[in-house]
Write a protein that binds this ligand. Structure first.
Ligand SMILES: [Mg+2]
Length: 118
């Protein structure tokens, strides 16, 4: 994914429609969560097993694909508006997570980092 190119495209999309007046960080954060909820709605009431087989239901699979794109679009736009280098932020957070969840302590369990025994 070319993050810069997509963010530039989103900037032009908003500018062409005079939507920047609506694109505050607050509104983008709210829209992101709304889209995440729309994504979640497709999994609500499905079993774990059914969630793995989503691709066998083309209509639902396509809808989930679109919601994932919506979430990503708002995330990219929010990061852009706040001047956050998303690639750098993700890489730094992954490093931080690796420190919080050392393989020898975290392997095979889903405990939060503050509950891992050292
Ligand atoms: Mg949506």
């Amino acid at each position: 994914m070319n993050i810069d190119a997509i963010q530039e495209n989103l900037r032009r999309f908003a500018e062409a429609r005079d939507w920047n007046r609506f694109h505050s960080p607050k509104n983008m954060a709210m829209a992101l969560i709304v889209e995440a909820a729309e994504l979640l709605e497709h999994f609500q009431w499905r079993t774990e097993e059914e969630s793995w087989r989503l691709s066998t239901h083309p209509e639902d699979y396509h809808a989930v694909r679109e919601e994932i794109a919506d979430v990503q679009i708002y995330l990219l736009r929010l990061a852009d508006l706040l001047g956050i280098d998303l690639e750098r932020a993700v890489l730094e957070k992954m490093d931080k997570n690796a420190e919080k969840y050392p393989v020898d302590l975290a392997k095979g369990n889903a405990l939060k980092y503050d509950r891992l025994r050292k």
